[in-house]
Design a protein. Structure first.
Length: 573
């Protein structure tokens, strides 16, 4: 069983590398360098024999010096020329198109009775900026160098004492400067447009909430333990949802969902000296009940060391709204205030007075009595019999003091700038050894793969490494099933054909394992989802991964671009 043994070896290497992302990046970079060096050496030997081998090593040795010894003045000069060239190509007209779209934005927005207009406006602006500037970045970076080679204008540069690594860096810097200027203009216009068009009653939706999520999530069954009646770990119930995003507990029972927050400090308190817990639970009704009355739940703070249990109150599940941030005031058609509406918050004061089991009023201190070594434990239970309460680990979080909307918006713009930087880097690299149309297709291909297929590829590989197989098999097995009209759940007969197919699929998966690191994860660069939903753009969840992906692709792309331009025939084709 060679395929199984190879899979086991691959699993061990994957587990060791994934625990160290830098080591994984270095390993992939080393493998790609070795493959490129081998192909280049063999190609040079086939083309020119021993002289080709000598020339190959000469290019490599010269490359080490050119990649490191960079003159900033020459890079700046090339970047300046690139910027002027891009402006001559009227790339700044994108700003005029952007303003025209703003004039007719009302066609795409919701009505005046929309309970959450801010989300729509923010999503519209950030999505429009993203998908207007990405094609511009691709076309600028992919067609610049090929056009210069065709017009022979690059010859006036490479004949001067300019390293080709400086040409690559200057081109990237110039395109980034142009796209940065356009991005700042349209982002500034978009920011003030959002601030202006959001109704006054909904201005409070323009916030940046800062969540502190739980470090642990547990569930108690009706037995009062984390085991069910059969002795298995109790993980809640599935009420029929295909995604199984939330697990449910039954109402009016001992079933509980438990969140544990670590490192809770006084800095988490609001100016009113309260600790805010925000929730976004889901209700599932097994019967209609009182449809005008929302299903309720209880919240209890627990100190597991002292067994102190302090009820925090009962609260309604906001099952009739998909939004978390609401207006405090609700108005009728004439604009008169009808009622007050609050957010989904559990507000815990630092001094809590509650009624004990013996009907005695007691007062406890939040940090001295309830928070145990910096950890706060909260239990949630459903109150309504035969109804169900569903929750995800992130459906309850400590809401730290809010940041301004400007903070979330400009962080989202910075993440978008990193994406544009990445696309320009890839496009410029491709243009160093490919013609304009081909480099455009290659860059757009990576963009589309990273946006829509990267996540599914990673998920499928993860299942393969974890289980040794996936439902329906790999590409070879899927093709075999199509020919023989077999569904994906029907097992293959234990025969030589099955073993050959599994061996071939194992090889395909090993190649896909390496190939997945060539595809950037574009879904990471989605800071707009945070800003539109009223959250601060997370440093560890969005900013830092986006920055690392950009740097991780820039370094090998810079090296590939230099050698591609070094060996390219600079003649018009």
């Amino acid at each position: 069983m060679p395929a199984i043994s190879q899979l086991a070896t691959l699993k061990e290497s994957v587990s060791s590398l994934v625990s160290h992302p830098v080591g994984l990046w270095l390993a992939v970079l080393t493998v790609l360098d070795l493959v490129a060096a081998f192909v280049g050496l063999v190609g040079s030997w086939i083309a020119n024999g021993s002289r080709g081998v000598a020339s190959f090593f000469g290019i490599v040795l010269r490359g080490f010096a050119d990649l490191v010894l960079i003159a900033p003045r020459r890079v700046f000069a090339i970047a300046t020329l690139t910027t002027r060239e891009s402006i001559r190509r009227k790339v700044l007209w994108i700003g005029a198109v952007f303003l025209i779209l703003f004039m007719f934005a009302g066609w795409f927005m919701g009505g005046s009775d929309d309970p959450s207009p801010a989300k729509n406006y923010i999503s519209f602006v950030l999505t429009m900026i993203r998908w207007m500037l990405l094609p511009v970045a691709v076309l600028l970076s992919c067609w610049g160098l090929p056009a210069d080679i065709r017009d022979r204008s690059l010859h006036t540069v490479v004949t001067k004492p300019v390293r080709r690594s400086e040409v690559v860096l200057g081109r990237i810097a110039g395109y980034v400067a142009v796209i940065t200027g356009v991005l700042l203009v349209v982002a500034t216009v978009g920011y003030f447009w959002v601030k202006r068009v959001v109704p006054e009653r909904s201005q409070r939706q323009l916030i940046a909430r800062v969540p502190q999520y739980a470090n642990e999530l547990g569930m108690l069954s009706s037995l009062g333990t984390n085991k069910d009646a059969e002795g298995h770990d109790f993980t809640g119930r599935n009420v029929g949802d295909v995604s199984d995003y939330r697990r449910f507990i039954e109402g009016a029972t001992k079933e509980r969902i438990i969140w544990k927050f670590n490192q809770v400090t006084p800095e988490a308190l609001t100016p009113e000296n309260e600790l805010r817990l925000e929730y976004a639970f889901e209700a599932f009704r097994s019967y209609k009940g009182e449809i005008d009355s929302e299903i309720g739940f209880s919240a209890v703070a627990v100190n597991p060391t002292t067994n102190l249990r302090v009820p925090l109150g009962t609260f309604p599940v906001d099952e009739f709204s998909a939004e978390v941030v609401h207006d405090l005031a609700v108005y009728d058609e004439q604009g008169n205030k009808k009622e007050e509406k609050t957010e989904n918050l559990i507000q815990i004061p630092t001094s809590i007075t509650y009624t004990a089991e013996n009907n005695e009023a007691k007062t406890v201190d939040l940090f001295k009595d309830l928070i145990d070594n910096g950890s706060l434990t909260v239990e949630i239970g459903c109150l309504d019999a035969s109804q169900y309460l569903g929750a995800n680990p992130r459906d309850l979080f400590i809401r730290l003091p809010d940041h301004s909307f400007a903070s979330a918006y400009w962080r989202a713009i910075f993440v978008m700038w990193l994406l544009l930087f990445l696309i320009i880097t890839i496009g410029t690299t491709c243009s160093c050894f490919l013609k304009g149309p081909v480099s455009t297709l290659a860059t757009f291909g990576l963009l589309i793969l990273g946006s829509f297929l990267k996540a599914s590829l990673t998920e499928r590989l993860g299942k393969y490494y974890q289980n040794g197989e996936v439902l329906g098999g790999g590409s070879i097995e899927a093709f075999y099933r199509i020919i023989h009209q077999m569904n994906e759940s029907t097992p293959l007969d234990d025969s030589m054909t099955k073993r050959v197919i599994e061996g071939l699929d194992a090889g395909v998966y090993e190649m896909l394992f390496i190939a997945q690191f060539i595809i950037p994860d574009i879904s990471t660069f989605d800071g707009g989802a945070f800003a539109a939903n009223g959250f601060e753009v997370s440093w560890y969840g969005c900013l830092l991964p986006s920055l690392l992906i950009t740097l991780g692709f820039f370094i090998p792309a810079y090296i590939i671009g230099y050698f591609g331009l070094q060996i390219r025939e600079l003649e018009a084709k």
